[in-house]
Design a protein around this ligand. Sequence first.
Ligand code: 475
Length: 803
Amino acid sequence: MDLSKRKFKDDYKKMMTEVYSMDISEAEPTEQFFVLGNLVRTYSSKNWSHTNQVYVENKQKQTYYFSMEFLLGRMLKSNLLNLGILNTVRDGLYDLGIDLETIVQMEPDPGLGNGGLGRLAACFIDSMATSEIPGHGNGIRFKYGLFKQKFVNGYQVELPENWLQNGNVWETRKMHAAVTVRLYGKVWLEKTASGVLEPHYEGAQKVLAVPYDTAVIGYKNDVVNTLRLWSAEVPAQDESTDYWSFIHQRNQIESISEVLYPDDSNYEGRLLRLKQEYFFVSAGVQSIIRHYKKMRVPMLHLAEKVAIHINDTHPALSVPELMRILLDEEKMDWEHAWNVTVNVMSYTNHTIMSEALEKWPIDMISTLLPRIYQIICEIDRRFTMKMSTLFDPSIVERTRIIECGHVKMAHLAIIGSHSINGVAQLHTTILKEKVLHDFYLIYPSKFNNKTNGITQRRWLMLANEPLCNLINRKIGNDWETTPTELKMLKAFRDDEKTLIELAKIKHQNKERFAKHIQKTMGLVLNPDAIFDVQIKRLHAYKRQLLNLLHILSLYFQLKDHPEADLHPRVFIFGAKAAPSYTYAKQIIKLINSVADLINQDTTIKEKLKIVFVENYGVSLAEKIIPAADISEQISLASKEASGTSNMKLMLNGAITLATLDGANVEIRDRVGSNNIIIFGLREEEVYQYYHDGSYHSKSYYDRNPVLRRVLNALIDGTIPDAEAEGRSVFDSLVYYGDEYFVLRDFDAYSAAQKQIDQLYRDTLKWQRMALINIAGAGTFSSDYTVQQYASQIWDVFSRIRDI
Ligand code: 475
């Protein structure tokens, strides 16, 4: 948008008076933030209603991205950037004596997600608006986001994250768009005079779903889409309601949108979770249908105007919910309703971890959602009947929805969608060939790959302005909207001046991060050290332990040979563990205890430091990633579906140290094997081990003296105050099979780390690798990812520019 500094300053002063009736000089930073937030809203509001109006006038097909999680991060700067007024506002505020960076910190970081899946959803809505795709988010307005993590004595402690405490400047409550969601009760079918079956309900609990809409602003294109998050409330009561039963009911209902389940890649089989899933799905589908009806297009054509995307299985009840509406409310017959539903729905799988596969006990689902359960049974019956004539009975048995007293959500999502995709090439191949092979035999053409992506706006333009400025000076700024243009940077691969500039920027970013760590943790970091970063959820398969064992081996090397020629290293960890995941929490405690041991040991001459940041999330990631030299992507091959921190880190010039897992494979293909460090077991080797059962971790312990010493340190008192944790981890690795092949990959990992130590000493060579990584990162922009979803799955495209 066009905005002069002068106009901005006038607007800001005026808004300050309107909202707080005071002068800027009296305002606190929280108030300054709130006023700026309000102003930004007014700047985008015209485009928001205009975008909606154009969509309606053009009867354009809309996509709705259904996701339990949207891990948005702070939005002020991102909105300013996308409106094209970041610098104007920064300068204007400066004139008024206000520092933008200070007020940015006043915004709570909405952590409405666990990890990769939730952050992907946030990148996607940003990219859809930017790519002019009519696409909107649909989710839950959790009152409490993911818990706040604190370390007490090195142990993770979870505190509530009350992000709404001071209100949320970005949202608008839309009471007129509220819908009713029905839970429990009884349902039976009765034949009407015309012979169709009509459901009758009795005693259902009614929940009022109230939407809160947030503008999703496209990058400098006047498009504003919508993120709609639903809040559960008590419907208006009749006069006769008894006060105490009202309070009881209120507590029950409001708990639905109270708190996000803090489990990542894990299935939580609780009634409340099932309620949450149905709640936002039912509200979302009802509201889509209500909107669709305004267009006066027959319901049979729904799939021409609406696409619903199921982000992992959490929203899989969209399938029977849409069927319910089409059958019961729109009076469509089953075949037509089913045809419409399958054409509307598409599904993404995000993990092959079997513990993440959702399945609900029949009595739970039939009690909570009686009509939905009937419909699921009928879908299952028809599927089984049809497939029995075409496939081997064992395949049908393995793929049906209802099995052993449970409803399998992945099966429901696959059968009820026209598309199922994995999130990286390797992941999709594993789905087709192994995990979902039976379904692949039945529906080969439904399967496709959409490799994940990240938005270069948040992860480069906002997080790393110095690097961004350098890139713009070298190749101009076409890459901002065509990220593959970053490849032009390759022309500077032998340009010493550019490489030195890159090194300087990295150094400055490291200094900035070091300052932050000194301030928040009291730890002094050496910015000349290699900053080696592993930031992701704590999970055994991601193998933070492999990293830790290697750190211990370096420590012992330095204890034995204080003069050993090791380049100084700072190992940076950021990770939350699911509160119920004991093993992951033990690993957190161990890392913290090893950090205490090493950080306080003056005999190793400051060559090693460990920083485990508390409460890792989007805002911290924005600080860490620009300062990273090494990106640790060391999951056991086959287990990480894609990974996305790998993409953010390469975009900021970190060198990837990786197994050939998830999107690491594609990163290697992009930058070439000379510009990434690959180690460890390959996916085929892992499966071979599973097949022949020949992995015996104890033999690695017995045969490898370095490894033995490191492992013994876990149980011989070397590590302070972590005996129980050390013992548990030791036993799991040495005696209980080492499920994720940590000991098997230890030597290969150590050798790779040694190679890095050598490479880093040659600054030009290192920076050349960094440059190639930045130049190759453009393909991993989520702009391209959503464009592929739009054309290949949703069949939507933009005509917003047409009028
Ligand atoms: C993968 N979350 C990454 C990323 O595709 C991948 C599961 C159950 C309940 C709540 N959250 C989850 C996940 O499974 C998840 O985040 N998966 C991740 O999705 C985006 O890049 O490899 O582990």
